[in-house]
Design a protein around this ligand. Structure first.
Ligand code: NAP
Length: 309
């Protein structure tokens, strides 16, 4: 018996849609990429439409949509999608504000459709092994260093500097990992945000959390890292030192590398979406985004030099 294939559209044909979503959908037998909602050019061989309504008028058989636009304005897109009966998957971060993210969750639930709020870094190879390794151990301290050069990873993307984004665009990936592997909720204690004099969002952030048992979790984000790039999480426990590196794709215990399965993040995301569709359940964890909102609520702001592209 052949499996039912979900006919899926993508909204926003930018870097992440082209680099990851389109190839991952193509490699997944549970999906068929049939349409794009785009203000520009649809990928070769795929019909493009300006709006969800135009797409559904032309092809009423579209069943799901994967939203790869920048975070601002997604509620309107999601509302249109569920008005036309579509199930929805959204890229991180889920929205521009916490209220909008919650409204997206509520809107899809009210419509009785499936929503997958994705966190691609949670699908990195070391995340589940790290979570399993930490079980039963006493955690003493956690340090996150997530430092990359925005010029390399987001060349010319104006939206990355909109208020509320900046260094939290990559930083939220680290928050999505630690909120998944650590056993207790995190509570923000201090937040220092450094704003370039010519930008409305921070280029660096130092966050100090404690978990609900008082374990310190220090987080350092930098979007102006030249030379080697760093996406590390170090966890000191009574059973040894755990290190996740390269965005949690590598893992070492007391300096000894651990063998990990090679299973790409976006392949895992689409397998998970297929599973959610099959069981008609949603996955809507907003915790990493709530921590970003907290970082702004408690943020002590300072100004640094102008950002030069
Ligand atoms: P991007 O290259 O700028 O592409 C975003 C696309 O969204 C644009 O090409 C455009 O698609 C559409 N769009 C709609 N409104 C827009 C607006 N106001 N400004 C710019 N584009 C608009 O961005 P991206 O890097 O793909 O990132 C998109 C989302 O994926 C973000 O939430 C980001 O955090 C997330 N993400 C990105 C990466 C990465 O490596 N870049 C990795 C993981 C997650 P059309 O041309 O079709 O109109």
């Amino acid at each position: 018996m052949t499996r039912p294939v979900t006919r899926i559209a993508i909204a926003g044909i930018g870097k992440i849609a082209r680099d990851q979503h389109i190839p991952s959908i193509a490699a997944n037998p549970d999906f068929d990429f049939v349409a794009a909602v785009t203000g520009h050019q649809a990928p070769d061989g795929i019909p493009g439409f300006r709006t969800v309504a135009e797409m559904m008028a032309a092809d009423p058989g579209v069943e799901a949509i994967s939203i790869c636009t920048p975070p601002r304005g997604r509620l309107a897109l999601v509302q249109q999608a569920v008005d036309h009966g579509l199930d929805v998957m959204i890229e991180k971060p889920p929205a521009a504000t916490l209220s909008e993210a919650q409204a997206i969750v509520d809107t899809v639930a009210k419509a009785g459709r499936v929503l997958y709020v994705t966190w691609h870094s949670r699908e990195a190879a070391a995340v589940e092994p790290a979570r399993a390794w930490l079980e039963g151990k006493t955690i003493r301290r956690v340090e996150v260093n997530w430092k990359e050069d925005v010029r390399v990873w987001h060349p010319g993307q104006a939206w990355i500097w909109e208020p509320g984004i900046g260094v939290f665009d990559p930083g939220i990936n680290a928050l999505s990992v630690i909120t998944h592997i650590l056993p207790r909720p995190l509570l923000l204690q201090q937040s220092a945000l450094r704003y370039p004099s010519n930008k409305p969002s921070p280029i660096a952030a130092d966050l100090h959390f404690e978990d609900s048992a008082g374990v310190p979790v220090d987080v350092f984000f930098d979007f102006d890292q030249r030379g080697p790039q760093t996406w590390d999480i170090d966890i000191d426990t009574d059973g040894g030192q755990l290190k996740l590196s390269l965005g949690a794709s590598k893992m070492a215990v007391d300096g000894n590398p651990v063998d990990l399965a090679d299973d790409p993040e976006y392949a895992r995301l689409y397998r998970r979406f297929a599973q959610l569709l099959k069981t008609r359940t949603s996955d809507t964890d907003l915790t990493p985004f709530a921590h970003v909102a907290d970082a702004y609520l408690l943020g002590r702001r300072s100004e640094v030099g102008a950002f030069e592209e």
